[in-house]
Design a protein around this ligand. Structure first.
Ligand SMILES: [Cu+2]
Length: 178
């Protein structure tokens, strides 16, 4: 009896070791073949990582940069932004004002807490690019530089792509332009 039990335990332990070994395998999952986004950009010193950055194509006027901000150390505050697309860039938020969604400069900038990624997305916080110097077409790349509280900077590239479904709120607040 006891030898059977021991064998059973041994088999179980071996199986567990195999599972652990599989989990610890260095083989990284393949990147989605459909992805056209530029490689995530981060800096090792700023404590801020920007991923999935993209910009909405526009012929003129204004547009916005979106993406995911992750603080890798302590909290990080983005206090301003500059882009290669325009001399005028602002950090915006979207708020309800008199029953309508309106955007305005975000007081104090974007505060990124390490506990949760800070999403810049249509209908929410975004980097407003105003007075476009030239049209932004799908596939174009816009260089963005964030200045952080404390003076550090983070540079990344936003890829211009057409919005997909569920982003009607962007049209709402972009409509404020006219
Ligand atoms: Cu805006």
């Amino acid at each position: 009896m006891s030898s059977i039990l021991r064998r059973g335990l041994l088999v179980a332990a071996t199986a567990a070791a195999l599972v652990l070994s599989a989990c610890g395998s260095p083989a990284a999952p393949a990147a989605p073949a459909t992805s056209t986004a530029p490689a995530p950009t981060s800096t090792s010193t700023s404590g801020l990582t920007v991923t999935d950055a993209w910009v909405k194509p526009a012929d003129a006027g204004m547009t916005a940069v979106f993406g995911t901000l992750t603080a890798t150390g302590g909290p990080v505050t983005v206090v301003s932004a500059a882009t290669s697309a325009s001399p005028r860039t602002e950090l915006h938020e979207v708020v309800m004002n008199g029953g309508a969604m309106t955007m305005r400069p975000k007081e104090g900038g974007f505060v990124v807490d390490p506990a949760a990624a800070h999403e810049l997305k249509p209908g929410g916080d975004h980097v407003m690019v105003m007075d476009l110097a030239s049209p932004i077409r799908p596939g174009d790349q816009v260089r963005v530089t964030f200045t952080l509280a404390g003076g550090g900077t983070v540079e990344f590239t936003a890829l211009a792509k057409e919005t997909t479904g569920g982003e009607e709120t962007y049209a709402d607040h972009a409509g404020m332009n006219g």
